[in-house]
Design a protein around this ligand. Structure first.
Ligand SMILES: O=C(O)CCC(=O)C(=O)O
Ligand SMILES: [Fe+2]
Length: 328
């Protein structure tokens, strides 16, 4: 009986936890946060995190399972009312390259959800290879086209240049911005594709583009090979583009990229994340950016934890020394 109910229920990509579920998840997160050696990047801690992620509230596990099968038209999953106690947080970090090495409750929440989606990963050349990274505005970097900035951040596939870019990007909001206006901009190729002329689609499927590493990888990592912007199924492709670093190789490619940018803009939406919200983006279908906001550098600025996940760790094994989580 239950089978038919489950099969016919439309897939929901938003879930607000009940207060009971929030408490249930909070207890698991505290248990994980207290697990020795209380370091997120430690393999023993990660092992515990993987096991404990099986104890997420049932509705959450069901939703993540359904989302990982089919991320929907938007490639976006939004969870709300997660156990984040804003009043107990330290000041928002303000240094460049800030990461979360110690196992706080919030880092534990981010890891628990990520580890139900797959395996966590990071890149050696980005944010020191930390698995839980801070997304915070940095003074003097307002215009940076990276998550240290606070002006408009162009839409992008996360680490579009990299063959082992993440399958999922999770953003857990610890603190919203002061005005509650900073929007994570999300758009999807499933929504944009029908708006593209056939000629543009054809060109986007051809190796007529280059994509360099983003500024978060520092300088010197920018060797750009020719790549396609759309890959896979003609009706339901994956997308790989960064409107800051992807360059067309010829005029037709330039026009196709412009069509794509316009189509993405037409179907994009802003998701304003508040404390305790978590957005999971399917990085194969969805692209993301961020609207402008005004930091005050007063210790109460916007603060997200960011994690990356692969569905299949084995594929990147040659790039992960010691079978760890950091890609070299
Ligand atoms: O600040 C945001 O909402 C998203 C920033 C971003 O693109 C990232 O951290 O990957
Ligand atoms: Fe990003």
């Amino acid at each position: 009986m239950i089978d038919t109910v489950v099969a016919q229920t439309p897939r929901e990509s938003h879930l607000t936890l009940t207060d009971e579920e929030r408490e249930e998840l909070g207890l698991v997160a505290i248990e994980l946060a207290d697990t020795a050696p209380q370091l997120v990047d430690d393999s023993k801690w990660l092992h515990a995190a993987r096991i404990l992620s099986g104890r997420l509230p049932l509705r959450l596990r069901e939703l993540i399972r359904a989302y990982s099968h089919d991320p929907g038209q938007d490639g976006l999953l939004v969870l709300r009312n997660l156990p984040v106690d804003e009043s107990a947080l330290p000041p928002t970090p303000s240094a460049p390259e800030s990461v979360q090495r110690t196992s706080t409750t919030e880092a534990s929440v981010a890891a628990l959800v990520s580890l139900q989606l797959g395996e966590m990963l990071a890149f050696r050349s980005e944010k020191q290879g930390a698995l839980v990274q801070d997304v915070v505005p940095v003074r003097g970097r307002e215009r940076a086209q990276s998550n240290m900035g606070s002006r408009n951040l162009e839409m992008h596939t996360e680490n579009a240049f990299h063959p082992h870019r993440p399958d999922y990007v999770a953003l857990l909001c610890l603190r919203g911005d002061h005005e509650g206006s900073a929007g994570t901009v999300v758009s999807s190729i499933r929504r944009a594709l029908p708006l593209l002329p056939e000629s543009a689609k054809r060109v986007l499927f051809e190796s007529r583009f280059t994509t360099k590493a983003p500024p978060s990888f520092g300088r010197g990592n920018g060797q750009a090979a020719l790549c396609r912007v759309l890959e896979g199924d003609i009706e339901d492709p994956d997308v790989r583009v960064d409107f800051h670093t992807t360059q067309p190789c010829d005029d037709e490619a330039r026009q196709a990229l412009e069509h794509l940018k316009n189509a993405f803009s037409e179907v994009k939406r802003n998701v304003v994340l508040h404390s305790g919200d978590l957005a999971v983006l399917d990085n194969r279908i969805a692209i993301h950016g961020r609207t402008h906001f005004t930091p005050r550098y007063d210790g109460r600025d916007r603060w997200l934890h960011r994690t990356f996940t692969h569905r299949d760790h084995r594929r990147s094994r040659p790039s992960r020394p010691g079978n760890g989580c950091v890609l070299s």
